[in-house]
Design a protein around this ligand. Structure first.
Ligand SMILES: C[S@@+](CC[C@H](N)C(=O)[O-])C[C@H]1O[C@@H](n2cnc3c(N)ncnc32)[C@H](O)[C@@H]1O
Length: 360
C-alpha cells in the first residue's frame, strides 16, 4: 500500500519536519523552561486548582500554550493537504483491500454515532475520524507526528501487548475496543496467533483503513463497526479485552458502560487491560496534561482523571484492578513509577483487571 510519507514532495517534507521540530522543542526545551519558572516562584500548590493558578501566572505560559495549540492545527493542515493531494490513489487502495482470507470488515450502516462523539473535532482534527474515508489517512499521518515519530512501527502498542498482557498460547478470542486504524490491533494478532482477533470502532473510515493495512500485511483481524459499550459479542467469550487511548475520549457514564461491557464479554480467568493516562502526582505536569487535553479538543479527558476505574472494575466483578505506570520509550510496564523525565510527555498508564476463574 502507498505510504504517503514515502512520496512527500520536498515542500511537504519541509513542512512536516518543521512541525515535528517545533513539537519536539516545545516538549524538550519550552516545557523544562516553564518548569524552571515555576520552581523559581517557590510555589508549592496543594491542589490541582492551585497549580493551575500558579501555571497561568508564569511569564512563559502564554507562549507555551499558544505553541501547543498552533502546532496541532499546523499538523492537521499539512496532513490534510498531503492526503487530499493523493485522494484518488488512497481511496482506490481501500477498494482493493481483499475481503479475505486475510481478515474481514463488517460495517454497520445503521449505527447511529453518539452526539458526544460527533459534536467535537477530537484532537482538533477537522471533521474528526468518522466523517470521510480520507480522515483515517489524515489521522494516521498526524498521529505519527503527535508521537514525535517514536511510535512509527507501533512501538508503544507492541510494548503494551508484550509487557501488559498475559502469555496465552491457546487464546481463542481477543478484542480491541476503539481499535482506530489497527495500530493497537495488529500487534495483538502477533502476540496471540491462535486467537480470533477482533477490532471494534465507531468510525467506518478507521476500520476501512485498518482492514486494508492488516490485509496488506497478511495479518488476519476481523474489524467490526460497533460501540465499545455494546459490542454484540457473546458474554464470557474473550480471553483478553483491550483498549488503547480510548477511555479518555469518553464521558464518565460511557467509560462506565465500556468497563461493564468489557467485564461482560471477558471469559472467567480472562484479562481486561486499557492503555491510558493517569495523574503522576507532579502538580505542574498533571495540570499541563489536563490543559493539553482542553487545547486538543478532548473534552472528556478530565472525566478519566476524575473517575475511579479501580472501583468501577470491582463494581462489575473484575478483581486485582490496578493502574501501572507505563514507559513508552523503554520497558513498557513500570510498577516502580514513572521516574523523572524533564520533557513534556504523556503520562501513560495501564489499567489491568481480571475476571475471577469460575469455581468448580
Ligand atoms: C485515540 S484513538 C485510539 C485508536 C487506537 N486504539 C490506537 O491506540 O491507536 C480512539 C479511537 O476510539 C474510537 N472510539 C471512541 N469511542 C468509541 C466507542 N464508544 N466505541 C468504539 N470506538 C470508539 C474512535 O473512533 C478512535 O478510533
Amino acid at each position: 500500500m502507498l505510504d504517503i510519507e514515502e512520496r512527500l514532495t520536498l515542500d511537504e517534507r519541509s513542512s512536516v519536519d518543521f512541525v515535528l521540530s517545533l513539537r519536539k522543542r516545545w516538549s524538550d526545551t519550552i516545557y523544562p523552561a516553564l518548569v524552571e519558572e515555576f520552581v523559581a516562584t517557590g510555589a508549592d500548590p496543594a491542589t490541582a486548582g492551585d497549580a493551575d493558578t500558579a501555571l497561568h501566572d508564569l511569564p512563559l505560559y502564554p507562549w507555551f500554550s499558544h505553541l501547543e495549540r498552533v502546532q496541532q492545527k499546523m499538523l492537521w493542515k499539512i496532513a490534510g493537504d498531503a492526503v487530499i493531494a493523493r485522494r484518488e490513489e488512497l481511496l482506490g487502495q481501500l477498494e482493493q483491500a481483499p475481503a479475505g482470507p486475510e481478515g474481514s470488515l463488517r460495517l454497520d450502516p445503521d449505527l447511529v454515532l453518539p452526539d458526544w462523539y460527533t459534536d467535537y473535532d477530537i484532537h482538533v482534527q477537522p471533521g474528526g475520524v468518522f466523517s470521510d474515508d480520507l480522515s483515517a489517512y489524515v489521522y494516521e499521518f498526524g498521529a505519527r507526528i503527535v508521537m514525535l515519530r517514536d511510535n512509527d512501527g507501533y512501538k508503544f502498542h507492541q510494548l503494551f501487548v508484550t509487557t501488559a498482557l498475559p502469555e496465552l498460547p491457546e487464546a481463542t478470542r481477543v478484542v480491541d475496543l476503539g481499535c482506530g486504524f489497527g495500530k493497537s490491533t495488529r500487534p495483538l494478532k502477533l502476540r496471540y496467533p491462535t486467537a480470533e482477533v477482533i477490532g471494534i470502532d465507531l468510525a467506518a473510515p478507521n476500520l476501512r483503513l485498518a482492514h486494508a493495512e492488516s490485509a496488506d500485511a497478511g495479518i488476519e483481524v476481523s474489524y467490526r463497526q460497533a460501540d465499545a459499550r455494546s459490542t454484540g459479542l457473546d458474554a464470557d467469550s474473550c480471553d483478553v479485552v483491550t483498549g488503547t487511548m480510548l477511555l479518555h475520549e469518553m464521558p464518565a457514564s460511557v467509560i462506565e458502560e465500556t468497563i461493564a461491557e468489557a467485564a461482560r464479554i471477558v471469559k472467567p480467568g480472562g484479562t481486561v487491560a486499557f492503555l491510558e493516562f493517569q495523574p503522576t502526582g507532579e502538580a505542574l505536569r498533571d495540570v499541563t496534561v489536563v490543559e493539553h487535553a482542553e487545547r486538543n479538543n478532548e473534552p472528556f479527558f478530565h472525566d478519566l482523571f476524575g473517575s475511579d476505574l479501580v472501583a468501577l472494575c470491582a463494581r462489575y466483578g473484575l478483581t486485582d484492578a490496578r493502574w501501572t505506570p507505563f514507559d513508552e520509550r523503554l520497558e513498557g510496564m513500570r510498577p516502580q513509577g514513572w521516574g523523572h523525565r524533564p520533557e513534556w510527555h504523556f503520562p501513560w498508564a495501564v489499567l489491568t483487571a481480571t475476571r475471577p476463574a469460575e469455581e468448580n
